[in-house]
Design a binder for this molecule. Sequence first.
Ligand SMILES: NC(=O)c1ccc[n+]([C@@H]2O[C@H](COP(=O)([O-])OP(=O)(O)OC[C@H]3O[C@@H](n4cnc5c(N)ncnc54)[C@H](O)[C@@H]3O)[C@@H](O)[C@H]2O)c1
Length: 393
Amino acid sequence: MNQLPPANRRRFLRNTALLGGALAAVPNPFSAAASELPIGKITVGVIGCGSVSRMYLPNLAACPHVELVSACDIIPERAKRAAEKFRIPNHYPGIAPMLTGAPFDLLVNLTDMQEHEHLNRQAIEAGKHVWSEKPIANSLAAGQELLALAQGKGLRLWGAPTVVQSPQFAFMAKTLADGTLGRVASAHASYGHLGPDWAAFFYTKGGGSLPDLGVYNLTFLTGLLGPGRSVAAMTGIVTPKRNVQGKGEVTVTEEDNAMVLLDHGNGLLSHIECGFNYFNPEDHAYTGQDHHTLSVTGRNGLMKLAGYDWGPHAVDLSTAQEPKFKRYADAKHAYVWENGASLCAECLATGKEPLFTPEHALHVVEIITAARESQVAGKHVKLSSTFKWPVVT
Ligand SMILES: NC(=O)c1ccc[n+]([C@@H]2O[C@H](COP(=O)([O-])OP(=O)(O)OC[C@H]3O[C@@H](n4cnc5c(N)ncnc54)[C@H](O)[C@@H]3O)[C@@H](O)[C@H]2O)c1
């Protein structure tokens, strides 16, 4: 039997988000009499009670728009433990009994990357809204089919990451829109660590550092600069064997090292790098670390993001008029990467819209598959998908 995260995994986590059923009678809490009305609640079922659920469940439990109804894991002890800890009335050993069990509105999918696509499909077919950890699906075509299925049923489908919700993203998007940087030429982002040791799925087919890590930088940069038009990439495997808890030695078949170049059109190019072999003096911490992980450069200015795009601290800006770097968007803020599912529940309950969209998430899925194709074929790969841009903040 697999064990829940031991100490090093805990450290990793510590350091590292037309309504049916219960919604029919949900009042709008922003209406004139909102203060006298009960807060609209969305009933939620969580599938996957492993590492990341330890970040999501406290967030969901604290969300006034969420009523946690069910927990599910194919390792039943994990579902039971999560249910006990967060007072969730039902727990199940698989999606089938969960979907036919206690009714709920929104499935929160926190399972292995390889499981998302089919579980998301099963949930949508059963009439559930879905928030999925990344990726929503393993290919653009499969993701678009899922989205069409959801839309046809009047359901919503959303996926991680939530990076466009941060105040630092908003500041950078506004700075670009204001023309402060002048004609923008280039952007760069980097994200890596030494790789998870608690599950093999990160390293096997359907896993890899691009959908696990590169996805953040790709979402942030396309959110800032607009959809990519074509991709050129190199990927590799630096560590061919990994030791995984409960499994022993695992053969790595997916890239644990990747560099991706994106053409955004009009001469604007960006580059991201990601991998599971990056020494990190902060041990993946984000609360205290302040180094720059992302930059955007134009003819009149340069801005750099302090901290990770999923755990940002501030933006440092230098312009031709004020060359000395000045710090912006450094106020204490409420954004946390693990609140995507809570935000979806809030949006379902109130009619608000999040800034992240499934079309954007699927554009990033296409970039990832195109990057792999580029590596195999040794050529640039054109992208076909797009999303609503600019991301309005
Ligand atoms: N761990 C993190 O810090 C972190 C951070 C951000 C995002 N994520 C993402 O969250 C997802 C899960 O990662 P994790 O680290 O929590 O992995 P994990 O292995 O710790 O947890 C996944 C859980 O899903 C369960 N599961 C797998 N298939 C299932 C199925 N068909 N039905 C029900 N349960 C099933 C597993 O038994 C396991 O308990 C991945 O997409 C990962 O990229 C993880």
